[in-house]
Design a protein around this ligand. Structure first.
Ligand SMILES: [Zn+2]
Ligand SMILES: [Zn+2]
Length: 342
């Protein structure tokens, strides 16, 4: 099978072709596993973190990709939850231990034995992959393959992030960064909390225009002061400046939710501007989001079908994965990038 493979950690500013097209053996489904013929796989900022070593693959070579949509081609021994031909999705959560306290409370995303798709096991930048049947989700018919893909990460984690802000009707929500996840959060807010006002902070005018088009009441640059203080803010940027600026914009008791698997070190000095009185005093909170539990994925995918959320997407052939990743790195973004495979 064709796969785009990462052989080692590299610096994307020097190496523009981190992934290589390889011919790998077609995987065989094990106990309770499914063999999936991949049709689409979303491209996520987390792949940049893997390539550049901030959350490195646990082995090499690795097939990246954790927003996978495909069809069941074969069920392994003991697998019976999905039929051959069923369309299923796979998200970042590849597996967890199943018996620790976190797993038993449906918070398997923070399980110590958590394994990630496309980091600890081969993912969807390939024609086929295998996954445990309990970690595959049915995809509602309303979505095309490429529309469903970004919902599995950006959408599901956006759903969990929004839940963790505790935002209520009539309140003000901020979004710092306006990529794949944030634009889906804005669509969810429009549906679930139509009287929540959304304020967007983004570096590029293009992203700010896109935010206003989708219904943000205000859009400014990272350091701009919004016209009102905010009850909750979701940060989806890879850097520190937006964290410090966001804390300054929170109301007393407000919560900043950081939806980023890793932060880059390049502007870490900005944290020295953190001033207890301005940024943290008055019971302000900071909370991170450790991606998603299975519940978030399955609840969100149903909600997205109801609303419906049909994400803005840009499609690329599998062989152009490096191009898609570089554009993501350079923030050439309008909606979510998806590799079209089979
Ligand atoms: Zn992702
Ligand atoms: Zn566990």
């Amino acid at each position: 099978m064709k796969a785009m493979v990462l052989n080692e950690i590299c610096d994307l500013s020097k190496n523009k072709h981190p992934l290589q097209l390889k011919d790998l053996p077609k995987p065989v489904p094990g106990e309770k596993e499914l063999l999936i013929k991949v049709s689409a796989c979303g491209v996520c900022h987390t792949e940049l973190d893997e390539i550049e070593g901030r959350t490195p693959p646990s082995k090499f070579p690795m097939v990246l990709g954790h927003q996978v949509v495909g069809r069941v081609e074969e069920a392994g021994p003991g697998a019976g939850r999905h039929e051959t031909g069923d369309r299923v999705g796979v998200a970042w959560i590849f597996s967890a231990c199943g018996h620790c306290d976190f797993c038993r409370q449906e918070e398997e995303n923070v399980c110590e034995s958590f394994k990630a798709t496309g980091r600890d096991a081969f993912g969807g930048y390939a024609e086929y992959m295998t996954v445990l049947e309990d970690f595959a989700y049915n995809i509602p018919d309303i979505f095309s393959d490429s529309q469903a893909a970004p919902l599995l990460c950006a959408g599901a984690i956006g759903y969990r992030s929004l839940r963790l802000t505790n935002i209520k009707d009539g309140q003000n929500l901020g979004l710092t960064g306006f990529g794949a996840s944030a634009h889906l959060v804005l669509k969810m807010v429009n549906y679930k909390h139509s009287d929540v006002k959304v304020f967007v902070f983004a570096r590029s005018e293009r992203e700010r225009d896109f935010a206003r088009e989708l219904g943000a009441v205000w859009a400014g640059n990272t350091e701009d002061k919004p016209p009102e203080k905010l009850d909750g803010i979701i940060d989806t940027t890879p850097v520190w400046k937006p964290v410090v600026e966001a804390l300054n914009h929170l109301k007393p008791g407000g919560r900043l939710v950081i939806n980023a698997i890793r932060k880059e070190d390049k502007d870490k000095d900005y944290l020295l501007k953190l001033n207890y009185h301005e940024h943290l005093w008055m019971e302000k909170e900071v909370k991170s989001v450790a991606n998603v539990a299975r519940k978030d994925v399955s609840e969100f995918i149903q909600l997205a079908a109801q609303i419906p959320i049909l994400p803005e997407i840009e499609e690329y052939p599998l062989e152009s994965a490096n191009k898609a990743l570089l554009e993501l790195k350079e923030r050439k973004i309008r909606g979510a990038k998806v590799l079209m495979i089979g």
